[in-house]
Every structure is written in C-alpha cells, then in structure tokens.
Design a protein around this ligand. Structure first.
Ligand SMILES: [Zn+2]
Length: 87
C-alpha cells in the first residue's frame, strides 16, 4: 500500500489523462483498470486509515501508478472523453 499525496496523485492523474485507460467500478473503492492498447488489466484498491488515503495496484509499479490515478480521477477522465466524442 502506498500513501496518496497531493504530489504523487497529481502525477498519476496526468499520466492517466494521456493514457486514458478504461476504468470499471468493481465495488466501492475497488476498480478494474484496463489499458485499451495492450489489454493489460489491473485491480486498484483504495483504503482510508486515520484520514490518510492509501492505494494499491496489482501492477509491478511501486509508486502511485496511473492505474490508481485513472481510478481516482475516473469521472474526470470520462468527462474529458465525452467532451472529445461530442467535439
Ligand atoms: Zn498500477
């Protein structure tokens, strides 16, 4: 589990915006993230302990990866995709 900070999540969200992986909600705080190009699929989990937010992903990254960024910003990314689709 890696603690989410303002800095590391911003980076992860920016990467997710470029990669635009497909995010599916499995259940509250659990997301399935799929890379549309490679088809690679990972599960992201969020945990909250004493007001601190933690995340883990089953990919090989040991940092807050873009799968986590994509999950936390899922609605933002989706909104952008929808904008692109209607433009
Ligand atoms: Zn990951």
């Amino acid at each position: 589990m890696i603690e989410i900070t303002k800095t590391n999540i911003e980076k992860a969200i920016n990467k997710a915006r470029q990669t635009k992986p497909f995010v599916k909600v499995i259940e509250f705080r659990r997301y399935s993230v799929t890379n549309k190009i490679t088809g690679a699929n990972y599960t992201v989990k969020f945990t909250k302990i004493d007001d601190k937010k933690f995340a883990e992903c089953d990919c090989k990254a040991t940092v807050i990866c873009y799968h986590i960024g994509a999950s936390i910003g899922a609605h933002i990314v989706l909104a952008e995709q929808m904008q692109t689709a209607t433009a």
